[in-house]
Design a protein around this ligand. Structure first.
Ligand code: NAD
Length: 396
């Protein structure tokens, strides 16, 4: 079939296998061109098929020669529907890892369930023995609790007060004011249950109980802080509360793991175009302004550059892992530089529908959004027939 993008809002319901494979290849080539990392050897990535999780897996495999297990929630092609982007990304990753002589396995299913945790543990026991790095990079709108069966939904809302700020429809370029009512207590509770640390903690405890973590195992989960502009809807809102819970979980896990030389961190990453971030009001417009400034200053990074820096300069560098006063790893340091933020704030004040393409990199945002699904990628013939049915080798 000939595959074209079909998007509604921040969702694209089609994905292009050749384009996704090219995007993965580009990330692998970036990592191969960097100095090798003396890092982990057997890595579990939970949420491994897109965004920061995929980039973490690529850095582990191609930067540190690690065997990897990727857990993710993606769909194969069926009937006239293409597979999801994460499916095609993972198919390309598995192929490349196998060609490089690395062990790699995929588990597709709900990471929040006990079933998938058990399946992963069995796979580690039979194929890898022990894991020395666990990356937790799940971003999901929902979670069903494995013990109580309750299904929680997360919301992106402010707390306490109604919040209004500029936002953009990144398809049409229309800049408007988004007004978001504050979350209820129950919405806050549910968002923490989905995006907080409980599932991460369950994973680590179950891996520990099964004795499949090395004594010095590291685990890392990802967070975002961001500038004043986004605080009400992010840091000080429901999602920020969930991230505070994630931070507290990291401190608890660190205490548990450090008695044998292990460690647990939250890494604060840069705002980037991913399927998850495109769903947050205000953020896509902020990212467009940020990209403009960071590209001009030649310090722009994507997921792969961020994750390479996390592994090479933070988690596995000789000087030891640098953290801030809250014990957070900061790879959002370049985004948060005072001069970058000052320029973004100046642009923010002026942004309107009329000038958004001049003052911000909305064009770049739009392109990267479609690249997430394998579209708008150089070297791909989008008029050519392509088989949407792609197998993932090593799928368990
Ligand atoms: P993403 O949407 O690109 O990736 C999410 C991953 O989670 C995918 O692999 C998906 O398959 C997987 N997933 C979702 N539900 C699952 C389930 N039930 N079971 C198994 N896998 C599941 O998201 P992302 O932006 O890379 O976010 C990853 C983490 O990074 C999140 O914690 C996010 O808050 C954080 N982060 C993102 C940004 C950003 O700007 N995108 C910035 C800083 C931190």
């Amino acid at each position: 079939m000939i595959i074209k993008p079909k998007s509604r809002g921040f969702i694209c319901t089609t994905a292009h296998p050749v384009g996704c494979a090219k995007q993965v290849e580009r990330q692998i080539n970036y990592v191969k061109a960097q100095p090798a990392i003396s890092g982990p050897k057997n890595v579990l990535v939970i949420g491994a098929s897109t965004g920061y999780g995929l980039a973490s897996r690529i850095v582990a495999a191609f930067g540190s020669n690690a065997n990897t297990i990727g857990v993710y929630f993606d769909k194969a092609a069926e009937g006239t529907r293409t597979a999801s982007a994460g499916w095609y990304n993972s198919a390309a990753f598995e192929q490349a890892a196998s060609e490089a002589g690395l062990k790699s396995y995929s588990i597709v299913g709900d990471a929040f369930s006990d079933e998938i945790k058990e399946k992963t543990i069995n796979l580690i026991q039979s194929q890898l023995g022990k894991i020395d790095l666990v990356v937790y990079s799940v971003a999901s709108p929902r979670r069903t609790h494995p013990k109580t069966g309750e299904t929680f939904s997360s919301v992106i809302k402010p707390l306490g007060e109604t919040y209004s700020n500029k936002t953009v429809n990144f398809h049409s370029g229309e800049v408007s004011i988004a007004t978001i009512e504050p979350a209820t207590e129950d919405e806050l509770r549910q968002t923490i249950a989905v995006m907080g640390g409980e599932d991460w903690q369950m994973w680590i405890e179950q891996l520990q109980a099964a004795n499949v973590l090395t004594e010095d195992a590291t685990t890392v989960a990802y967070s975002y802080l961001g500038p004043e502009i986004t605080h009400a809807v992010y840091l000080d809102g429901t999602i920020g509360a969930a991230k505070k819970d994630l931070e507290e979980t990291a401190n608890r896990l660190h205490e548990q793991l450090s008695s044998t030389g292990g460690r647990a961190y939250v890494s604060v990453n840069k705002a980037l175009v991913t399927q998850s971030s495109s769903a947050i009001p205000v953020v896509p417009l902020y990212i467009s302004a940020l990209y403009k400034v960071m590209k001009e200053q030649q310090i722009h990074e994507g997921c792969i550059e961020q994750m390479y820096r996390l592994f090479a300069d933070r988690l596995y560098n000789e000087a030891g892992t640098a953290v801030d006063e809250r014990r957070l790893i900061r790879v959002d340091d370049w985004e948060m530089k005072a001069n970058i933020q000052a320029e973004v704030a100046e642009i923010w004040e002026q942004l309107t529908t009329e000038n958004v393409y001049d003052l911000s990199d909305l064009k770049g945002y739009h392109r990267e959004f479609f690249q997430l699904f394998g579209f708008e990628t150089d070297g791909v013939d989008y008029e050519a027939e392509v088989d949407p049915f792609v197998d993932i080798i090593n799928l368990r």
